[in-house]
Design a protein around this ligand. Structure first.
Ligand SMILES: Cc1cc2nc3c(=O)[nH]c(=O)nc-3n(C[C@H](O)[C@H](O)[C@H](O)COP(=O)(O)OP(=O)(O)OC[C@H]3O[C@@H](n4cnc5c(N)ncnc54)[C@H](O)[C@@H]3O)c2cc1C
Length: 318
């Protein structure tokens, strides 16, 4: 009987160490072995992390078709893996990709899926899962009694911690047959993904509707440049067409964990905070002193962003 964390693609996504931390705690509590299946080319990175986080077995599925992370191929590979290994609990680091893969894998295996989990513990009849619901506004506790469960973990609230006793994971190659898999969707126009990713940025300056216009949003880009960071924004301004969706931070956007997150003209809705609350330091600039963002910010400037940000750009460049 085992707990398995599922990863795929060319690299290990941010949040994986945190997901492994939760998975290891669950494995200690339940007495079940912790395995990690890596479908794709990210194995060298996985090797180093696995031992640090108490993984006992690293299962590797190598097929060039998996490197691109195409959903039908990944689901087929993981489903075949599950038939061979028969895990009890399948965990996913809930990235944008995992939101697509985990429910489909659960459907393929005909087992329940629980997404948006932030804590998982054992209970008398199975597992107890704490998760957010209704777009992040509510927390719920699910009692899972099915013999096999798929769970997506939101890792922003979890601090990565190495296992007390490091392991030397046994590495095992798992053979799957992907020759019959056909991708049912073709991506004809993908968001630009070259260059650094928001998920990996150490400094992020993000703007929201409070900036008033796409033109004023240029200030966000200038401050990000001056601080040597990346820029992003809230869903409100993606919906209004100011910035492309690949720059959206939040529950339905990018999950980030920078050292510094500067939120400008952003209200601090729970769905936005789901993508940035793991930042080490949040600085908020909002003219409403009662804005929710101030519940999360370590430093705040209650002021008109259009007056303050040009000054900050000057100071950062000085
Ligand atoms: C299922 C679901 C998923 C969602 N996913 C996401 C997501 O991934 N990411 C996301 O961001 N949102 C998401 N949302 C939307 C979210 O609920 C909010 O509507 C959105 O984050 C609000 O964006 P905002 O803070 O930019 O705008 P607003 O809520 O309009 O806030 C603007 C803020 O700017 C301040 N302001 C105004 N003028 C100025 C000024 N001159 N100077 C300084 N401050 C000023 C105001 O006081 C206000 O606090 C989701 C919603 C749902 C229901």
């Amino acid at each position: 009987m085992s707990i398995v964390l599922c990863s795929w693609g060319r690299s290990i996504e941010g949040g994986t160490a945190e997901a492994l931390t939760l998975a290891h705690r669950l494995s200690v509590e339940s007495g079940m072995a912790l395995r990690w299946v890596v479908a794709g080319a990210a194995v060298p990175e996985a090797d180093a992390l696995a031992g640090r986080h108490g993984v006992t077995g690293l299962d590797v599925i190598s097929d060039p078709r998996l490197d691109a992370g195409a959903p039908d191929t990944v689901v087929a590979a993981l489903a075949q893996y599950c038939q061979q290994v028969q895990p009890r609990t399948l965990l996913f680091n809930q990235t944008a990709g995992a939101r697509l893969i985990a429910p489909r894998l659960a459907g393929r295996l005909r087992v329940p899926v629980t997404m948006n989990a932030f804590a998982v513990t054992t209970a008398d009849q199975g597992l107890q899962v704490s998760a957010t619901a209704f777009g992040g506004d509510t927390n719920v506790v699910y009692a899972l009694s099915a013999p096999v469960n798929v769970i997506g973990i939101v890792t922003t609230g979890i601090t990565a911690q190495a296992a007390a006793v490091p392991t030397r994971p046994e590495r095992r190659a798992v053979a799957v047959d992907l020759t019959q898999v056909e991708e049912r969707f073709t991506v004809t126009s993908a968001p630009r993904t070259e260059g650094p990713r928001l998920e990996d940025a150490e400094v992020i300056v993000a703007g929201g509707r409070g900036l008033g216009s796409a033109q004023s949003f240029e200030l966000v880009k200038q401050l990000a440049d001056a601080l040597g960071g990346m820029w992003g924004g809230s869903r409100a301004i993606v919906d209004d067409g100011w910035i492309e969706s690949s720059r959206q931070v939040g529950l339905t956007g990018k999950i980030t964990r920078p050292a510094l997150y500067v939120a400008i003209g952003i209200s601090g809705a729970s769905q936005h905070m789901a993508g940035c609350s793991a930042a080490r330091v949040i600085v908020a600039i909002n003219k409403d002193r009662d804005a929710s963002i101030y519940r999360y910010a370590r430093y705040g400037i209650v002021a008109d962003a259009l007056e303050v940000v040009p000054e900050l750009i000057k100071a950062a460049k000085a």
